[in-house]
Design a protein around this ligand. Structure first.
Ligand code: DGL
Length: 261
């Protein structure tokens, strides 16, 4: 039960998932990997994504994880099934199911999904929403400039012109927005400034409930409430990782280490 949970993303975006997991499951031991060496994932092919993520999963398995969380929509949309088939002995979950469920319970009618190129091209959000309810109007939009602006830290100076360009035309057409990339909650305040009062559904919040339920049902929750351990790795540059994330992620005494996979 005290085995760690492995979480990964292409970079700092998955820290938004880590934040919500820490809140929901403070006693769990966690290993986080930001694969900054290959960031962004959103413009990569399925073959590339599979090759990066296989290496990450192998590392997690070598660390005896009890579960792997794809804190990344791009890989959840494109390689989740393949990873589950390749590594049948460890439960692997993605973020899209739980996000769609979180959206559906709100009973909205006109939703915009923003995500990376590879997520939008997979049409996973549209397919899953329409499977449950064909009356919902789903708009899909690739927003490829956002991850580089977030990873570089440029978002701290404000990115309203980019967000206006992407989003303003949808303002009167939608009642809800799915943040279909785990990087996007980092700029949620700036998005709200453009779109105003809508239902905002974040894949980063939705997944922690699913992880909790899975561990509880399978009797795998860590009952040892001593100080939990959180290890954070990047395959890229440590200083850049900390610079782009320190405004929104509470490091407290955690530090980031470099990992070669
Ligand atoms: N944060 C990831 C996602 O949820 C990856 C974004 C990227 O690297 O392009 O899709």
């Amino acid at each position: 039960m005290n085995r760690p949970i492995g979480i990964f993303d292409s970079g700092v975006g998955g820290l938004t998932v880590l934040t919500s997991l820490r809140k929901q499951l403070p006693q769990e031991n966690i290993i986080y990997i930001g694969d900054n060496l290959h960031c962004p994932y959103g413009n990569k092919t399925k073959e590339q994504l599979l090759s990066y993520t296989k290496r990450i999963c192998r590392y997690f398995i070598s660390q005896n994880v009890k579960m792997i969380v794809l804190a990344c929509n791009t890989t959840s949309a494109n390689v989740l099934n393949e990873l589950q088939t390749l590594f049948p002995d460890v439960p692997i979950v993605g973020v899209i199911h739980s996000t769609v469920h979180d959206f559906l319970v709100r009973e909205k009618k006109d939703v915009l999904v923003i995500a990376t190129h590879a997520t939008i091209q997979s049409h996973k959000y549209r397919e899953m929403i329409e499977k449950y309810n064909q009356q919902i109007n789903v708009f899909e939009l690739e927003t490829p400039q956002l991850v580089p602006l977030i990873e570089s830290g440029e978002y701290k100076n404000g990115i309203s012109s980019v967000l206006n360009e992407y989003l303003l035309k949808y303002k009167d057409k939608i009642d809800s927005l799915i943040l279909g990339c785990t990087h996007y909650p980092i700029v949620l305040d700036q998005i709200v400034e453009v779109l105003g009062d809508k239902a905002y559904i974040s894949s980063s919040d939705a997944i922690s409930q699913e992880v909790y339920s899975y561990l509880k049902v399978h009797d795998k929750l860590n009952n040892d409430f001593k100080q939990s351990s959180i290890r954070i790795y990047t395959t890229g540059d440590i200083d850049e990782f900390v610079y782009s994330s320190s405004d929104f992620f509470d490091y407290n005494h955690l530090k980031v280490e470099h990992l070669v996979l």
